[in-house]
Design a protein around this ligand. Sequence first.
Ligand SMILES: [Zn+2]
Length: 263
Amino acid sequence: MKFRLEHSRVVFDAHPRIRAWFSTRRGGVSRPPLDTLNLSYGVHDDPEAVTENRRRMLAFEGHGLNDVVMPHQVHHNHIEWVTRDWRGRGSVPGTPPIPETDGFLTEETGVVLGMGFADCVPLFLIDLKGRAAGILHAGWRGTAAEIQRLGVEHLAERGISPRDLAVGIGPSIGPCCYEVDRPVYDAISRVAGDETMTQTDETHWQLDLKRANRILLERAGVPPGQIIEAPYCTGCRPDLFFSYRIEGKHTGRMGGYVCLNEN
Ligand SMILES: [Zn+2]
């Protein structure tokens, strides 16, 4: 189980039939300040460039735009089970995304689960017996709403034990670059304790959101040795990633993807 950088993406290897990957900003066709692999249509990029970038990210695993499902993400904790007949939804403009969803799970092969990220924590859920996989979008709100615990519980309802899960914590903002204020401190410390935060002045803390998710995943029953963190802070690596925190709202978005293969 490990993350590795491969050309313009970071791959999470956990099971031979489950593919999980995360885009970098390299290897796309968008112009500055969205150079070069922006995956969002919502940041004033050329739509044709975004479509080409999305196509490239799927082509790495032999998939096309018609194979992916993407949601409208709202920083909450709603999770959907995805089936093959949803393929294509949210892939390009004109195909409505799955509404108000920040977590996808599937037991079906041939459908790619996709989500957008810029600093928020991507969680790749991989059943080590190969029966299911998922992806969760865990910013501070989703983390505080315990989307990671809900993801583990949804899988358990279908007979997949937390002990059989590997979870990849993908590239996201690190404590070095993530200053938060009192409302965030309160929300995170309520669920994950305040050891995830270092106080810097009366009203500010540096938050380790990856660690908060790790704590909550362990509490949900995922073995600590099966929770793997990608060794990247999106804020510290402008050469590799877009960062909303560091570059502001006029920056690009990365994508996380997972799918079950037939073999
Ligand atoms: Zn950093």
